[in-house]
Design a protein around this ligand. Structure first.
Ligand code: PGD
Length: 761
């Protein structure tokens, strides 16, 4: 049967969808100049065998009740009916809530879930726990920008202000002479934006800028981090050494009197401390181009020439999320700002510093006049939290102290974790350790639409609908289109919306009215739309009523042309429009950070040697970056994601020199390993990666041969088996999963078949 097309939206684009028999036909939104191929991942998704069909309980939990259990991840599952499942969940929440209070429940539930703003799963979990149990232990910050989001407010301003309202793509296309992109500007990253991205415009802006003469320079171990459209240049640095390179550049600028001293004196604090550090006045180590060259693997001449060419040009410096998702990730973020300041660029059109341009489709864009309302979260009755990437530390070490942003906090003792809309066995590091951590819980409850590794470690798995099966509204603050997300299909098997599940649980807990406020899902959509109408009316903008919007499918919203606002005003008059830092200026030295006395993040940017550097046993850097064929781990079984695999496994890139030395040929099955585990992947031999470096994207569903092994072997290619689970520094405690060190060899054993998409017993 052929269906009429309906409008829908994902984090990677808006589209029309219709069913033709078993097939889903997807046509991109006609207003999108370069739709993302990720849309293809939906084609086979609705009825895929990896979907969760019914509520499931882990056998060990069903037979023995709640409690720490080392069988998580290896046990089998028993189907139960919804009534039974909801009753058990409600009872367990009551037990834990009454015995330990909200401090015994972890409800951070980190994850990207789906684009619809109402069914945003994480918001649903938070509202549910607040309105029914009085709160929960939360998590702060993100796996994307854990280090930058804590650091930037100390030194220049709130992260979104710098990243989203920084320098716009229009300004770049019209004004920038040089875009110096540490970590590149890969389109695979900017094709995605949380809440939706109806127009993919980066490619056109890059082409336009390149035609006008903008030089794009990507500093990265991977050539692929800069698209051909930018017609740019590639400088390959050893992974994780950008901070040393930037210090080398600053040293040359100082030595050759190429710094803008007037800008530094008027708009910044702490330049003298930075100069003293570079000259070795603190510790006798002179950090010049020779010093930097020995660390980052490019010659001192290259560093010198590189610095000279920046002088007298309109230069925009940007530092990708990836650089701060590593040990001491704060340092390149801070130094990128210092470099832009030393060149006197912040606040000039198309110049200065913008954080993470190209890392998401939000950045370098304009903001809507008003934002779409979010589901109210209710009040969390407790103020206990962890930096998001410290989850395994928390579960393994209750009561232990940890540092964070000038505070000493203690990990709570968590008995129950509730997750919807995220996949920690995708996003976290050192997965064997993560499994140990989840084994400490009394109970782990997960809502999922598919059998991800996280669902396979849960005690109770409740089948959730996919976005395609429900109505919602898609929109992002930087997307001028609001999308009516109309359902394409009825829910799969027994799947229910997260909202329906929580409403049922709230009823069993006697808190239905508090959770639902008497509205069903459609009621909330109408309510939020009405609030949007009112916000716009305050600006004399009128929009059609809900029914008309729903029928037309798309609404175009007014936007602000706000690129560079805060920094522009600051440059025009720093006394009248100071930055929101303690000094009101750019903080090259932060007295606040210095007062925390963190050896691993002192008061000005520094080079600190990471503990993960190549050794005789593990001579390769591994870059575990974002995948090009899916968003994180979502729809890994989708057509486009599968098209990027070989023999069902992820592809790992390595340089021809390394491949020749190790007798590895194109498409060979290789094994990457270190002290934390082993990963199989198919070899891609390419000179677009520097020698000594391997690259394996994240997002392949974790598929261990023996999940309980101390050093598991993932036959599918999930690099988080290998990454180290440590915070970036005491200041930010961010995720440092981007870079680790490994050994690699041709795999000679019997090839284990990939089972990632086959549901558990
Ligand atoms: P996703 O794959 O998006 O990954 O980690 P995140 O957990 O966000 O997981 C979302 C899950 O939600 C999917 O399993 C999907 O099926 C489910 N889901 C979608 N919609 C719904 C819904 O409506 N209801 C319910 N119940 N479930 C839903 C991403 C994280 O990974 C991020 S943001 C980054 S930036 C990090 N990147 C890296 C990296 O670069 N390198 C390493 N080594 N590790 C990383 N981890 C981080």
């Amino acid at each position: 049967m052929t269906q009429k097309p309906v409008m829908h939206s994902a984090h990677w684009g808006a589209f029309h969808a219709r069913r033709e028999g078993d097939r889903l036909i997807i046509d991109p939104f006609e207003g999108d100049p370069h739709p993302s191929p990720l849309l293809q991942n939906f084609q086979q998704a609705l009825n895929h065998p990896a979907r969760v069909a019914r509520p499931m309980v882990r056998r060990g939990w069903l037979e023995n009740g709640p409690g720490p259990d080392s069988r998580r991840g290896v046990d089998d599952y028993i189907a139960i009916d919804w009534d039974d499942a909801l009753q058990r969940v409600a009872q367990e929440l009551s037990r834990v809530g009454q015995t330990w209070g909200p401090a015994g429940i972890f409800g951070g539930s980190y994850g990207w879930s789906s684009a619809g703003r109402f069914h945003h799963a994480q918001s649903q979990v938070h509202r549910f726990l607040n309105t029914t149990l009085g709160g929960y232990v939360r998590s702060v910050n993100s796996y994307s920008s854990g280090a930058a989001s804590v650091l930037l407010p100390h030194i220049v301003g709130e992260m979104n202000e710098i990243a989203r309202r920084g320098v716009s793509w229009e300004e770049i296309a019209s004004h920038s002479d040089i875009v110096l992109a540490f970590g590149g500007l890969a389109l695979k990253n900017s094709q995605v934006a949380s809440g939706g991205l109806s127009e993919h415009t980066e490619r056109d802006f890059m082409q336009q800028a390149a035609r006008r003469g903008t030089r794009f320079i990507s500093v990265s171990p991977l050539k692929s981090d800069l698209p051909d459209d930018a017609r740019g240049e590639w400088l390959a640095l050893r992974p994780g050494t950008d901070a040393a390179f930037m210090l080398g550049l600053l040293a040359v600028l100082i030595e050759e009197a190429l710094t803008d001293e007037a800008f530094l004196a008027r708009y910044c604090v702490g330049w003298p401390e930075m100069v003293a550090y570079l000259r070795g006045e603190e510790d006798g180590v002179v950090r010049d181009a020779h010093w930097a060259a020995s660390i980052c693997g490019v010659s001192h001449d290259v560093i010198r020439q590189f610095a000279r060419q920046l002088h007298g040009k309109r230069v925009l410096v940007t530092v990708a999320h990836a650089l701060q998702r590593a040990e001491h990730g704060e340092q390149p973020v801070w130094l990128g700002l210092v470099l832009a300041a030393a060149l006197g660029q912040p606040g000039l059109p198309g110049g200065g510093y913008t954080y993470a341009l190209g890392a998401l489709g939000h950045y370098g864009k304009h903001h809507n006049l008003v934002s779409f309302p979010a589901l109210p979260q209710g009040k969390n009755g407790i103020d206990r939290f962890i930096p998001v990437a410290r989850i395994a530390d928390m579960l393994l070490n209750p009561g232990t102290r940890f540092d964070y942003n000038g505070r000493q906090l203690r990990y709570p003792h968590i008995r129950l974790a509730y997750w919807a809309g995220g996949n920690p066995f995708h996003h976290h590091q050192d997965l064997a350790r993560l499994r140990q951590a989840f084994c400490q819980l009394d109970t782990f409850i997960v809502h999922e639409s598919a059998w991800t590794a996280t669902a396979r470690h849960a005690d109770i798995v409740l089948p959730a609908t996919m976005t395609l099966e429900r109505e919602d509204i898609g929109g992002a603050p930087t997307d001028r289109h609001l999308i009516a997300m109309q359902p394409v299909a009825a829910p799969y098997a027994e799947a229910r919306d997260d909202y329906t599940i929580f409403s049922e649980l709230a009823r069993r807990l006697g808190r239905e009215e508090a959770f639902t406020e008497g509205r069903d899902a459609r009621g909330w959509l109408q309510h939020h739309y009405h609030q949007l109408q009112q916000k716009l009316a305050a600006h004399q903008v009128s929009i059609p009523d809900f029914d008309t919007f729903w029928q037309q499918g798309v609404l175009t919203l007014p936007q602000l042309k706000d690129g560079g606002r805060m920094i522009n005003a600051f440059r025009a008059d720093p006394d009248a429009a100071p930055l929101p830092t303690p000094s009101g200026k750019i903080e090259i030295f932060s007295a606040t950070i210095a007062s925390f006395n963190y050896q691993n993040c002192p008061g000005h940017p520094v080079w600190r040697e990471p503990q993960q550097k190549p050794t005789a046993d593990h001579p390769f850097w591994l870059i575990a970056n974002q995948p090009a064929t899916r968003l994180h781990s979502q729809l890994d079984f989708g057509d486009f994601s599968l098209s990027g695999k070989r023999d069902g496994r992820e592809v790992c890139s390595l340089n021809p020199q390394d491949a020749a030395r190790l007798a590895i040929a194109e498409s060979d099955l290789i094994e990457l390993y270190n002290d934390r585990g082993h990963v199989l992947a198919s070899a891609r031999v390419t000179d677009s990666i520097m020698a000594g470096v391997l690259q394996l994207p994240t997002g392949a569903w974790y598929d261990p041969v023996d999940p309980a092994a101390a050093r598991p072997l993932c036959r599918h290619g999930n690099p988080n088996v290998l990454t180290l689970d440590i915070g970036t520094s005491s200041l930010t405690q961010g995720c440092s999963g981007q870079i680790t060190v490994v050994q690699v060899r041709k795999f000679r054993g019997e090839r284990p078949p990939v089972r990632a998409f086959i549901p558990p017993h």
